[in-house]
Design a protein around this ligand. Structure first.
Ligand code: TPP
Ligand code: MG
Length: 325
């Protein structure tokens, strides 16, 4: 990997973090309605997995961070993400999908908010990719709770049986809403399901953006070569509550505030990768500060533009999006 590519990864991590913080702040100060599911300290999974995919590849993201750790690395603008949340025509899905990560022009074709169900859609997209012969791949992210759902097992088996170019990435943050993983999975290493379906399964440190990048790129290579699907499990941690604004019961049992603070102090992917880039003399501390500042300015400008964008004109307009001409 070149130094420039490493800097791109770092910039993407920072842009995702800064936008995540903006979302939390906007929600708390009434600038944003509904909810937000923070992805802090989980950013390396999406950024490592998506920054170096190719045009034409497709991605299925999740509710976590409303997909920003996947959308931003694939060139979906921060302005369009905020506009989407404001229901503006300038949003990444014309304002019609709201917080659901859909951006058809950037390779995020569709989405369902039902846990594990995107894997079925991803199998369909991967089947289309296989049939068109253009060596495109599909990367489908799910949280750990997906592995407790029938749809996960059905989709992984279907992809294996049909040698689909599908990479399933599990973002294992050890929590499913307010429920700890140990209550719904006896096998806590989700990658270990893979041999049962006859496909490779690897466990990756989800805090290490380079490790995620390398694991996903190896799976992409296999998929493009017609060797079929892979399962990648990224071990990470949910720093905050399931979503902002509600009571965070997960901070009582089994997790403690101290445990979460320790993750932020010691396993923050931005701090870890920043330290590596400093040690390799690729960036200086001043460069790092500038990257954070540039991201904040980008968001400020994006908010202004998003607010000025045109709203969805009518209910009929929304209805017209439901069916192809
Ligand atoms: C089939 C289904 N059941 C319940 C829900 C409600 N729900 C939304 S997110 C969530 C927990 C998701 O946990 P996980 O998949 O581990 O992702 P994380 O939130 O940890 O990123 C649940 C239960 C849902 N969306 N779909
Ligand atoms: Mg989870």
């Amino acid at each position: 990997m070149t130094d420039d590519q490493k800097v791109t990864l770092f910039e993407n991590l920072v842009r995702v973090r800064e936008l995540d913080e903006w979302f939390i702040n906007a929600l708390m100060t009434g600038k944003l309605a509904l909810f937000y599911h923070s992805t802090q300290v989980q950013e390396a999974v999406g950024v490592g997995g998506c920054t170096f995919l190719e045009e034409g590849d497709c991605v299925y993201a999740t509710h976590r961070g409303h997909g920003i750790s996947k959308l931003i690395p694939r060139g979906v603008s921060i302005e369009s993400i905020i506009a989407e949340h404001y229901g503006k025509l300038t949003g990444n899905s014309g304002g019609a999908s709201g917080w659901h990560p859909v951006a058809p022009e950037k390779g995020f074709p569709m989405y369902t908010a039902l846990i594990a169900e995107n894997l079925g859609l991803a199998c369909g997209t991967a089947m289309a990719a296989k049939l068109d012969g253009k060596r495109r791949v599909v990367v489908a992210f799910e949280g750990d709770s997906a592995a407790a759902k029938a749809e996960f097992h059905e989709a992984v088996n279907f992809a294996a049986a049909n040698r689909l170019p599908l990479i399933v990435v599990i973002e294992n943050n050890e929590m499913g809403q307010h429920t700890p993983l140990s209550t719904y999975l006896v096998n806590k290493d989700i990658a270990k399901f893979a041999p049962g379906y006859g496909i490779p399964g690897v466990i990756v440190d989800g805090q290490d953006v380079i490790a995620v990048h390398e694991a996903v790129q190896e799976a992409v290579r296999r998929a493009r070569a017609g060797e079929g699907p892979s399962l990648i499990e990224c071990k990470t941690y949910r720093l905050r509550g399931h979503s902002e604004g509600g009571p965070d019961v997960s901070m009582d049992q089994p997790r403690s505030k101290d445990e979460a603070d320790k993750w932020l102090r010691e396993k923050d992917p931005i701090k870890l990768f920043g330290a590596k880039l400093l040690a390799e003399e690729i960036l200086t501390q001043a460069d790092i500060d500038e990257i954070h500042q540039a991201a904040r300015e980008e968001i400020e400008e994006a908010v202004k533009l998003a607010a000025e964008g045109p709203v969805i004109p009518s209910f009929e307009h929304l209805q017209s999006l439901l069916f192809a001409e």
